[in-house]
Design a protein around this ligand. Structure first.
Ligand code: NAP
Length: 248
């Protein structure tokens, strides 16, 4: 049976690397994006050029109606989703909590937490053997910010990823008997464009010296862990979150 991956935020960074690795392994891939259609289409083209099947579907993963629509579009084009990679996430500028507006905090929580919960809900509704689904896997993209807390950087973002770690544990136990495994990956400092959106494009390089391995990681290194957790090779693994952080 061909795996069908839905990668939220699959147009750039860790999501794009995950989509490409899944596609190169023979999976069909739905590449979700919110704004950057060109980037999403480039990921789709790379998968197609390598002989795979993929589609790009726009949708804001902080909006329930968009999430449902993306699942439906994915299913209509590629078949039932067998792997959800709950990856779309945002940071904001660095600072102290006392400086953060309610709007900023809400933007982070709405996408990183509420959106991820609704995406997982839609996956369970479709995958659960209890609902006549065929089972599947969910991989939640957390962050090392969750255990480290992001002090004087972005505790709101770190807290959102703490919620993701709890989602992984709780949901994995809730659906363990229904053919669904739920795991997570905690990337450390990974060289992607997310740091530019947080106001410091050089953040990954600037902080490389704080990593025991002395360097930032790549999106591809994170994707390897995601693909393993999603695969049958991890058939007895659920409720676990793997650190991909160079020892940080
Ligand atoms: P990135 O390079 O900034 O890419 C973000 C992706 O998410 C893009 O594909 C973007 O789509 C999409 N996206 C943003 N808002 C969205 C929304 N509302 N709905 C749907 N898609 C949306 O980020 P990244 O570094 O790859 O991060 C991916 C995940 O890893 C995030 O959850 C992040 O918190 C986590 N993480 C990253 C690091 C790191 O150091 N990079 C470390 C720990 C955890 P468009 O292209 O359309 O804008």
């Amino acid at each position: 049976m061909t795996s069908v991956f839905l990668v939220t935020g699959g147009s750039r960074g860790i999501g794009a690397a995950t989509a490409l690795l899944a596609g190169s392994g023979g999976a069909s891939v739905c590449v979700n994006y919110v704004a950057n259609q060109k980037a999403a289409e480039a990921v789709v083209s790379q998968i197609e050029d390598a002989g795979g099947k993929a589609i790009a579907v726009q949708g804001d993963m902080a909006v329930e109606a968009d999430i449902v629509r993306v699942f439906e579009a994915c299913e209509a084009a590629l078949g039932p989703v067998t792997v959800l990679v709950n990856n779309a996430g945002v940071v904001d500028t660095e600072g102290r909590l006392e400086e953060f507006s309610a709007e900023r905090i809400a933007r982070i929580i709405n996408l990183n937490v509420t959106g991820a919960l609704i995406c997982a809900r839609e996956a369970v509704r479709r995958m659960s053997t209890k609902n006549a689904g065929r089972g599947g896997a969910i991989v939640n993209i957390s962050s090392m910010a969750a255990p480290l807390g992001g002090p004087a950087t972005y505790v709101d973002y770190a807290a959102s990823k703490g919620a993701i770690d709890t989602l992984t544990v709780g949901l994995s136990r809730e659906v363990a008997m229904e053919g669904i495994r739920v795991n997570g990956v905690r990337p450390g400092i990974i060289d992607t464009e997310i740091h530019a959106s947080g106001g410091n494009p050089n953040r990954a390089r600037d902080l490389a010296h704080t990593v025991p391995m002395g360097r930032a990681g790549t999106a591809e290194e994170v994707a390897e862990a995601v693909l393993w957790l999603a695969s049958d090779a991890a058939s007895y693994v659920t409720g676990t979150t793997i650190n991909v952080s160079g020892g940080r």
